[in-house]
Design a protein around this ligand. Structure first.
Ligand code: GDP
Length: 465
């Protein structure tokens, strides 16, 4: 069962609980049965599921016996939901903090894993992720086993504008890794990702090579890349790798399509190694930061404010001065068309819009209507329209497009058709579309004014959780 379905089923079970006349043992059992069967269908280990069931039951029983429900069904329902939420978090929480790359330090990250697990793709995604967060990132391709590995790195790194190092002629992966890391260290790179060879199965040569590369480049963190489709078998694979390369973190890829994703995550958590990211697609931005609580929260449709803040922070880190200025303007409700346009282009550069929408708590999932392609092309048209405006119009609050009363400068009496027509002509759009863009800008600007206030837009957004 793919994760979205798992979340929907658990939510459905919660909704069912709200409909039962009395919340008693029978109702709790029925809910737990449904949650357990959903987890089992996601390939979560039977023992882990049984453990979750009995722990929830014990917690709920203890809470009711202590009188925490004050004899009311509504309180009992909340206790049950909270107990399930907490146990689901524990199910995916290894309880270990991963290494965090530091600024002004050459953080060497070595990626290991079997061939086809998505290692090379993930290396580029990681470099882009950290680069966006203000860390100068690069990739060293030390995969000499697979023909075409260096070409793949070259292509994806070039597309992502990430510097890379590799060789078509050198056959010794240890030597390439050492050369690449030395070169990038000299050039003051802050995240140096070393992509190593994979094999179809765990072979002693692969492990030996990993150990040798590890000795040569002395990684700050070794990351094991695992494919979600193996489900709970992830535990055995992780253990096999751990015996040779002592990795500090795991990335589970292909979470977008695989029915066994839940099983893979919970199995990995059982190995007490932190999962740091989930690969959720083939594109550069299809990499979700993983933290147990926000993950479960998002799974159950409760939003992921931490993920959203992380997205926003990456914009801040890439250009701190600009973003500070923007936050000030947002807080004061002084957003010009130019500022709004910049915000949209920032959001567009962050990846699929539906993903961003799903992180905002309380936001209807259907708000960003249509596919990501449709939304993105709608946004691009908005940008083209803005680009056809004059500098004065861009820096304004939209007033040049309005005609005001000759005596009362605050009283609008109509639209400035001449300006609207000029922008429409310049952007190859209809006047109606230009008006729509201005209308959307006004909505956002008004929202910033309302939500803004003295604490600022972002702080208020956090409070909305
Ligand atoms: P490697 O052999 O481990 O380096 O694997 P690759 O990076 O070449 O990836 C193997 C295939 O998996 C490629 O077709 C990738 O596009 C695909 N892939 C990697 N990560 C993901 C992911 O998170 N989701 C999906 N759907 N495909 C992925």
């Amino acid at each position: 069962m793919v994760l979205a379905d798992l979340g929907r089923r658990i939510n459905g079970a919660f909704a069912q609980l709200s409909r039962v006349p009395v919340i008693d043992d029978k109702a709790l059992d029925a809910l737990l049965k449904e949650v357990a069967s959903a987890l089992l269908e996601s390939d979560v280990n039977v023992k882990l599921v049984a453990n979750l069931r009995s722990k929830v039951k014990a917690k709920v029983k203890a809470a009711i016996e202590s009188g925490a429900d004050k004899g009311k069904d509504i309180n009992r329902k909340n206790i049950i939901q909270k107990a399930i939420f907490d146990e689901l978090v524990l199910l995916v929480d290894p309880g270990v903090e991963p290494y965090k790359p530091k600024k002004n330090h050459p953080n060497v990250i070595m990626a290991v894993g079997l061939q086809g697990n998505g290692k090379t793709t993930t290396c580029t995604k990681l470099a882009v992720y950290w680069q966006k967060r203000g860390l100068k990132s690069c990739i060293v391709c030390a995969d000499t086993f697979r023909a075409g590995a260096f070409d793949q790195t070259r292509q994806s790194a070039t597309k992502a504008k990430i510097p890379y190092f590799g060789s078509y002629t050198e056959t010794d992966p240890v030597s390439i890794a050492a050369q690449g890391v030395m070169k990038f260290k000299k050039e003051k790179f802050e995240v140096i990702i070393v992509d190593t060879s994979g094999r179809h199965k765990q072979e002693s040569e692969l492990f030996q090579e990993m150990v040798q590369i590890g000795e040569a480049v002395k990684p700050d963190m070794t990351v094991l890349v695992l494919d979600a489709s193996i489900g709970q078998a992830a535990e055995a694979q992780a253990k096999a790798f751990k015996e040779s390369a002592d990795f500090g973190a795991i990335i589970v890829t292909k979470m977008d399509g695989h029915a066994k994703g839940g099983g893979a995550i919970s199995a990995v958590a059982a190995t007490k190694t932190p999962i740091i990211f989930l690969g959720v697609g083939e594109h550069l931005y299809d990499l979700d930061k993983f933290s147990p609580e926000p993950f479960i929260s998002k799974l159950l449709g409760m939003g992921d404010i931490q993920g959203f803040m992380d997205h926003m922070q990456s914009i801040t880190l890439a250009n701190p001065e600009k973003q500070k200025e923007m936050q000030k303007k947002l807080g004061e409700g002084k957003l010009s068309i130019r500022d709004w346009k910049e915000q949209i282009s920032n959001v567009m550069s962050m990846g699929p819009l539906s993903k961003i929408a799903s992180m905002i708590p309380g936001l209807p999932q259907g708000m960003v209507e249509g596919s990501d392609e449709e939304t993105s092309s709608r946004m691009k048209r908005m940008m083209i329209i803005c680009d056809s405006m004059t500098e004065t119009e861009l820096d304004s609050d939209g007033s040049p497009f309005i005609v005001y009363d000759a005596k009362d400068k605050n009283k609008p009496v109509g639209v400035n058709m001449k300006a609207l027509l000029r922008v429409a002509k310049g952007s190859g759009c209809h006047v109606r579309e230009v008006e729509e863009v201005l209308c959307q800008y006004r909505m956002m600007s008004n929202m910033a004014k309302t939500v803004g206030g003295k604490n600022g837009f972002m702080q208020n957004l956090q409070k909305m959780q």
